[in-house]
Design a protein around this ligand. Sequence first.
Ligand SMILES: [Zn+2]
Ligand SMILES: [Zn+2]
Length: 340
Amino acid sequence: MRQLTCVGPNAVEWREIPEPRLEGDDQALVRPLAVARCEIDPVLTSGLFPVDEPFALGHEAVAEVVSLGDSVRGLQVGQRVVVAFQLSCGRCHTCSVGHSGNCQEFPVLSDYGMRPLSGVEYGGMLSDLVRVPHAEAMLQPVPDDLDTVSLASVSDNVLDGYRTVAPHLATHPGADVLFVCHGTPSLTLYGVQAAKAFGAGKVDVASDRADVLALAEKLGARPIETDFGRRQGRYPIVVDCGLRVEGLHYALGSTEAEGICQSVSFFPLPETPIPLGKLYTLGIKFFIGRAHAVSLLPEVMAHIASGALRPGDVTTRTVTWEDAPQAFLEETIKLVVRRD
Ligand SMILES: [Zn+2]
Ligand SMILES: [Zn+2]
């Protein structure tokens, strides 16, 4: 079967690889139908984390169930499902308390399409077949009336954007929210949608990218153009989204006393400076950590089914399966690849 494969820095191509098979009663094989490019994918294809061998790409997908192990209940062959990007059992202690991203059964960072980070090849979603080790936990059925392409990013960036604000707005209803976008545009905009849907007061987006600010405004946020130098106000909830240290510092500097700064940024260096003294003095609560896909999928899918979240509105480019290798390396806010 074909698999979209990163074969070197900024070099992506289709490769033939053996088909995966069911290896246990609780597993599934799925055929991806629509795959979104995650914010981490350009970092992986850039070669920032060098690897000795080519690796599979793609981890945000809606797929069709092709076969199921004998013990799987509640799923049917032919059904559309969102596939959790993190491998999780759904049953261990960390999974059962909602922290499925650190499932005890798998090594840390066990995700599809991320061998440069985890060191383990689990396959990628831009493939004809993917093995899912714990089908009941990792596959979330898609309601019949929802469109496949618009849900491609739900398994990661959409739920990640949702959890940047939903828990904080639950404890601080009506609070104003500032998103600081310095590198992960779709994640920021999914967060904006969640902030608007779950009772934020004012929703502002600070960025140096004109396309992000324009789409943010379309989604109902106030755009603020910035080079991440001088802050333009302080907010009770600030979301730090990106890859740059100056963006993180702008976010922390824009958080009001006793406020919340939630970071979903990715900082690859072993150490990143943060002004702890300022956080201490002002009582700023700083949250950082990965999302938990298996734990969050049912709740996020319910919000999409109710119409509260509309992830399709963030998609800026859709291409066919054949065009994936080239499109995967071209800049756009949110790319979705759909099977013909
Ligand atoms: Zn991702
Ligand atoms: Zn687990």
